[in-house]
Design a protein around this ligand. Structure first.
Ligand code: NVA
Length: 311
């Protein structure tokens, strides 16, 4: 059966641990895995802006021995010029894996249903699971563990990053707190799913509106832009509503003694994160950015092994 990575809970707790262990191995020995030797092609489609995702996938695919094929989503006009299903059928005949950054989650689900090869979510409006693999790898490196770690995500809880922290953190057995004002709480179905997973891993899920309470005792303090791609028209309202949730030095000081500060980037200094925090000693943002490559190589190699090897 072809496996896909469309949302964080596509990996069971044991599978997530396996992928993260492989990511750590590949960081130590970048050329040890040649799953894409041939070179086999990975199609990368971007409907939205990108820097880290494009660069880290391209570099990682090359390190696995493969060829990163760039597909400009605007030129392809997926769902407009031709249907998602037809694009899937065409790319599935050219590539061993398809990686897609797009808007609606239903679009990538449709692609996966018709591609015949593994499909990887490189960010949708609802989830950013590749970022979370890199982030969990980073937490593991800095704190030495995942299970039992408390993480607080501050800001737009109803975003791809808020949702992915809920699902991936719960899968890893973490205690996930989301600190967001009314109107920015995560989707109820994602919270419920994260709760279900946490009940099996020893983790937990908490929604909070008070940023200070949410940060107190936390080991990991995370934020993300207040204006995700596609939300630009709502900028003024978002900046006003989310201002109390800025990740400041005061909030970091409320965290545990070993607390680290995280941000998936791009960051807007002195909006969602204080410059002193992102540029300060607790920040691990550049490790997160680097780990995108290692974590994505691991998920590509794992998916090819689990069900895409014949392509
Ligand atoms: N939530 C952000 C993440 C950027 C990597 C966005 O969707 O724009």
């Amino acid at each position: 059966m072809t496996r896909h990575f469309l949302r964080d809970d596509d990996l069971s707790p044991a599978e997530q641990a396996e992928v993260l262990a492989l990511a750590a191995d590949l960081k130590r020995a970048p050329y040890a895995d040649r799953s894409l030797a041939g070179p086999r092609t990975v199609a990368m489609i971007f409907d939205k802006q990108t820097l880290r995702t494009q660069a880290s996938f391209a570099a990682g695919i090359a390190e696995l021995g493969g060829f990163p094929m760039q597909v400009d989503g605007r030129l392809a006009g997926i769902g407009e010029r031709e249907s998602v299903a037809d694009v899937a059928r065409v790319l599935g005949r050219q590539a061993s894996v398809v990686v897609w950054r797009t808007s609606g989650q239903e679009r990538i689900e449709q692609l996966a249903a018709h591609a015949g090869v593994p499909v990887v979510n490189a960010l949708t409006d609802d989830f950013h699971p590749c970022q979370l693999l890199a982030d969990l790898q980073t937490v593991q490196e800095h704190l030495g563990r995942l299970a039992g770690v408390t993480v607080t995500f501050l800001g737009d809880g109803c975003s791809n990053m808020g949702h992915s922290w809920l699902l991936a953190g719960a899968t890893a057995g973490m205690h996930v707190r989301i600190a967001a004002p009314g109107g920015f709480a995560p989707q109820a179905d994602v919270v419920a799913r994260a709760g279900e997973i946490a009940a099996t891993t020893g983790g937990s899920v908490t929604l909070e509106t008070d940023p200070g309470l949410a940060a107190t005792g936390s080991d990991v303090l995370v934020t993300d832009t207040w204006v995700s791609m596609g939300r630009e028209a709502e900028s003024a309202d978002r900046l006003a509503a989310l201002a109390p949730y800025r990740l400041t030095e005061e909030l970091v000081a409320l965290g545990s003694t070993e607390a680290i500060a995280m941000h998936c980037l791009p960051a807007y200094r002195d909006k969602e994160i204080a410059a002193e925090v992102i540029d300060g000693p607790r920040s691990v943002v550049w490790d997160e950015a680097e780990n995108r490559r290692h974590a994505q190589k691991a998920i590509l190699a794992w998916l090819l092994r689990e069900g895409g090897a014949a392509s």
